[in-house]
Every structure is written in structure tokens, then in C-alpha cells.
Design a protein around this ligand. Structure first.
Ligand SMILES: [Ca+2]
Ligand SMILES: [Ca+2]
Length: 192
């Protein structure tokens, strides 16, 4: 994990330039993108859909971008309804059930950052990155009994080089049930 390199720090500027070079060449990763490049016209349809393949309460169904702005407000929906308390945790630390946003920043098909969507209290959901207080949490809210919306790209504003596009995937853990959406590959989101 080299997340420290991507946080803004003048002393790490040289390392950041190296990362920028890596980010600029993601040709091999483009071949495995799940749903092609996002366009303004596609924002009314889901970014990705997923079958009823995992069981449990957090069986992922679809993700849809709700806003074209740089914070990337995305709703994540499941096949069944669930209580917000199922994602209860504390600040930065998830409970035993998890709803995750994975970020591949450099195109190597491995997550560079992991966001946990955690129910904190009342109606408040937050997206916390890697249990790391250096990333300010992004807000979220329920959009239906079977969905939650979070500002997926907002934490990336704290990176030294904000990517123009980012590859994301979603994962859930509910008891023994695990799901990934898409099952393989990534969804490309336009940030800037
Ligand atoms: Ca599923
Ligand atoms: Ca799946």
C-alpha cells in the first residue's frame, strides 16, 4: 500500500510525478473495463448491473450516477431491502457487514484505495477511505429501502493528482455472503 505517496506533500512531489506517469498509461486495463466509457447521455441508465448471485441482504443489483458533477454522487442498490443499522460502525471503522467502494487509480486491476460506507447515526452515512483520517469522509444518504447514495469521487480531491477518470467497483459482505459488482473488471467514472 502506497497511499501516503498520493496524499499531498511537497516532500513527495517527485514520487507523485512518477505516479502521474503510471496513471497516464492504462492501455491494458482498458481492455477489461466492464461497461465502457461513461458519457453524459448515459447518466440516466445504470453504470453497472449485477445478478442476484450472492444471497444475503446486501446482494448487489445496480449502481447509477445521480449527478454529473465531480463528486460523482452514485446510488448503489441491492436486490432486497435492508435496515441502515446493518452497516453500523464507528468513525472510519466498519462493522461486521460491509459495503465497499474499490478504486483502481493506476490501471493495474488492483484496488489502490478502499472506501467503507458506514452508518454512523440517525440518517447519516459516510464513505471513509482505508480507515484513514487523512481522507475527509464523504457524505451519503438512503435513496430507497434498497439503496444508498454516496459521493464516490469526493475523497479523491485530497490526492496530489486528482485523476480525470477513476475505475471503481463495489463489494458487499453480509455474514457469509460476498458480492462484487461488476463480477470482474471496473466501471470508469469521469471525475473532472
Ligand atoms: Ca449481486
Ligand atoms: Ca456480483
Amino acid at each position: 500500500m502506497t497511499r501516503a505517496l498520493r496524499l499531498f506533500s511537497p516532500a513527495l512531489a517527485v514520487a507523485g510525478v512518477a505516479l502521474f506517469v503510471v496513471l497516464s498509461g492504462g492501455a491494458s486495463a482498458a481492455a477489461v473495463l466492464a461497461s465502457g466509457h461513461e458519457t453524459a447521455a448515459s447518466q440516466s441508465k445504470p453504470l453497472v448491473t449485477d445478478p442476484r448471485d450472492a444471497g444475503g441482504k446486501l446482494d448487489l443489483r445496480a449502481a447509477k450516477r445521480l449527478s454529473p458533477d465531480a463528486r460523482c454522487l452514485v446510488s448503489i442498490s441491492t436486490w432486497g431491502s435492508w435496515s441502515s443499522t446493518i452497516l453500523e460502525g464507528s468513525n472510519y471503522t466498519p462493522g461486521k457487514n460491509q459495503l465497499l467502494v474499490l478504486y483502481d487509480l493506476n490501471g493495474d486491476n488492483r484496488p489502490d484505495l478502499t472506501g467503507n460506507i458506514i452508518f454512523v447515526s440517525n440518517a447519516y452515512f459516510y464513505l471513509f477511505i482505508d480507515s484513514n483520517p487523512d481522507f475527509a469522509p464523504a457524505g451519503g444518504s438512503r435513496t430507497s429501502p434498497s439503496s444508498v447514495a454516496v459521493k464516490v469521487c469526493q475523497p479523491l480531491f485530497q490526492l496530489m493528482h486528482i485523476p480525470r477518470t477513476v475505475r471503481v467497483a463495489f463489494e458487499s459482505v453480509n455474514r457469509t455472503h460476498r458480492d462484487r459488482m461488476p463480477d470482474r473488471g471496473w466501471i470508469r467514472l469521469r471525475v473532472l
